[in-house]
Design a protein around this ligand. Sequence first.
Ligand code: NAD
Length: 305
Amino acid sequence: MPDIRYDDRVVLVTGAGGGLGKAYALFFASRGAAVVVNDLGVSRSGDGHSSKAADVVVDEIVRAGGKAVANYDSVNDGDRLVDTALKAFGRLDIIINNAGILRDKSFSRMTDQDWDLIQEVHLRGSYKVTKAAWETFRKQKYGRIIMTASAAGIYGNYGQANYSSAKLALASLGFTLAREGAKYNILCNTIAPVAASRMTESVMPPEFLPALKPEFVTGLVGLLCHDSSNESGGLFEVGAGWAGKLRWERSQGRVFKADPTTFTPTAVASAWEEITEITPAKPPVYPESMADTDWVGLLERAKEQ
Ligand code: NAD
C-alpha cells in the first residue's frame, strides 16, 4: 500500500496547540496537508487566553517546510475557524474536533458553571465548528470529521459527570452526522483516545507516559480522514499504538404481553436474568441503528404471550 498522504487537502485541528491536537497537526502537515492550527491557549480548566500555543505549532510546521496558519478563537466561534481555513487555503476538507478542558468534581460539588463550560467547549464547540463547515462539505461532496469522545463518556467515570456526558454526546452526534453525510461523501467517526498530555499526565503512572505518546493515536485518525477510507459512524478506542472498534450489544430480552396489567414491575423482576443477561444471547444481537429493533416482530411475540 502506498504511503498515505494529504496533498491538496486542508485540515482544521481544534485545540492543536498541545497534546493530541499538536500531534495531529504535525502529522497532517508532514504528509502534505495545509493545516489550520486552532488553539485558544487556555489552561487545563479553561482559564486564560493566549496565541502562543497555536503560534509555536505553526512555526514548527513552517520551519519543517509545511503549510499552516494559526487561529486563536474559541471553538464556540466555529464559523471563524472555518473562515480562517477558507481565507488562507480556499477550501476545507477535514475537521478534527479535539479542543477540550476539564472541570472534574463529584456530582454533589459540581456547579452549573462547571457543567455549562464543559458542555460548551466539548459538545457545543464541536457542533459549531462542524456546522460552520457542513454546507461547504455538502457542496464539494467531500468531508472527513473526527469527534473526540473519551472512555469516561463510554463507561462513566467518578467526578466527570459534566465531561462524560458531553463526550458520549459527541459520539452520538458523530453517529447521526455519519448518516446525514453519507450521500455527500462526508464521513464522520469518533475516537476515545488515551495519551499522555497535560490533561492526563498527573493521573497516569509516570512509567506509562512514554508508551502513551499522542503520536501513538495519529495512525487511526490519519486513516479515518483519508480519501481511501469509507469507514463512517464508527466509535474507536485508541492509544499506545492500539486501536479497537466498539459496538453495542443487546441481551435477548424478554417479551411480555403488551398489557400494563401483565407487564408489571413484579413481572419484570421475575424475568430480570433474561432481561439483563448479555452473554450468550441466542443469536447475539449487535444493534447498529434504530432500525435494528424489530418492533413488529416483538409485538407479534407479545401477542403469543
Ligand atoms: P490538552 O489539554 O493537551 O489539549 C487541549 C487543547 O485544547 C489545549 O491546547 C487548549 O488550549 C485547547 N482548548 C481548550 N479549550 C478550547 C477552546 N474553547 N477553543 C479552542 N481551543 C481550546 O489535552 P489533550 O489530552 O491533548 O486532549 C485532546 C482531546 O482529547 C480533548 O477533547 C480531550 O477531552 C480528549 N481526550 C484526551 C484523553 C487523553 O488521554 N489525553 C483521553 C480522553 C479524551
